[in-house]
Design a protein around this ligand. Structure first.
Ligand code: SF4
Ligand code: SF4
Length: 317
């Protein structure tokens, strides 16, 4: 079948049947610089194409986090957790990914590999520094979906390490699938940078654990995606974990567990010790809820933040 038609049908399916806001496709070779074991062809040896798609976070779910962070309204905590960060976005994305894999194999044959996105990512990352993947087991994502979104042209890198989009900034949930179908590929977005960390340092300023050093500190990491280098902050994952998982009462809202870690620069051993003392939480899909911070995501001005949250008074900052 003509790859132009197949590509169009896949994108239509994701936009119309699954309510995706963004869809892009890159060749597997665009992610050749990923660590060994995490490249698309390490996972699906015949992989030719990587399909990446994103759904924006609900405005109401994001505003719930402002109520919690700005007004101390702790009852809003479960709204952001359920509809903004963990339960519903992860489940719906996992289901969309499964149905897309089924659709591709039924319609066009071949093999598809649906990628993990969601609760199973509750692990401390080896291959991605994103805070939402913090957790006890030091695994991380099977594949770095943020890098795939950048390679597929639906996001750009940002200083905070989030993939950012013109429309919604970093407030997007991404999913991904690998396939051996040859498709029409999108170009990376090499237009004007959405994030300029020389001028904006909101994520560094807002971070309560100093986990995102500002650009002038020189503490950076380089991502190589599709042969191009991008500079992002050298994210202090252990420090972030303390705030993201509420390992000190100052961060934990209504789920206080005591101060399990001291200081702003915990070691691997400090985090491992804290995880042992951290009680399992069976009220969630994830035993270790990680919705306690995300200031870097909800305060990033890229995309529609000012229009939706600042100009309406939903956020004071
Ligand atoms: S703002 Fe919060 S979630 Fe973001 S890096 Fe800092 S501690 Fe982590
Ligand atoms: S808050 Fe500013 S510096 Fe940080 S990622 Fe967003 S635009 Fe870039």
């Amino acid at each position: 079948m003509d790859k132009i038609i197949v590509t169009r049908e896949i994108k239509n399916y994701l936009y119309k049947e699954h309510g995706m806001d963004l869809v892009g496709i890159c060749p597997a070779s665009a992610l050749a610089n990923e660590p060994e074991g995490y490249r698309p062809t390490d996972i699906l040896t015949c992989c030719k194409s990587v399909i990446v798609y994103g759904r924006r976070l609900l405005n109401g779910a994001v505003q719930a986090q402002f109520r919690r962070l700005e007004d101390g309204t702790q009852t809003a905590e479960s709204i952001y957790s359920t509809y903004g960060l963990e339960l519903v976005p992860n489940w719906t994305m996992a289901l969309s990914t499964f149905y897309l894999a089924d659709f591709l194999e039924n319609m066009y044959g071949g093999s598809t590999q649906p990628m993990g996105c969601g609760p199973e990512q509750a692990t401390l990352p080896k291959n991605t520094p994103l805070p939402m993947f913090a957790g006890p087991n030091k695994d991380g994502l099977i594949m770095n979906i943020a890098h795939a979104a950048i390679a597929a042209g639906i996001a750009q890198p940002s200083w905070s390490n989030f993939p950012v989009t013109k429309e919604f900034g970093p407030r997007v949930q991404f999913g991904c699938i690998l396939t051996n179908l040859e498709l029409v590929y999108d170009e990376p977005d090499n237009g004007p940078a959405l994030c300029d960390p020389d001028k904006c340092h909101i994520c560094s300023d807002m971070c309560p654990m100093d986990a995102l050093p500002p650009k002038d500190s020189g503490k950076k990491t380089v991502w190589t995606i599709n042969g191009k280098d991008y500079e992002v902050a050298q994210h202090k994952v252990n420090a972030c974990t303390v705030a993201a998982l509420g390992m000190r009462d100052e961060f934990a809202g209504i789920r206080k567990r005591g101060d399990l870690v001291e200081g702003k620069d915990p070691s691997d051993e400090d985090i491992a010790r804290a995880m042992k003392a951290y009680p399992l939480d069976n009220s969630n899909l994830d035993h270790y809820p990680k919705n306690f911070c995300n200031r870097c995501q909800v305060y990033c001005p890229i995309g529609n933040r000012d229009k939706i949250f600042k100009e309406t008074g939903l956020s004071k900052y």
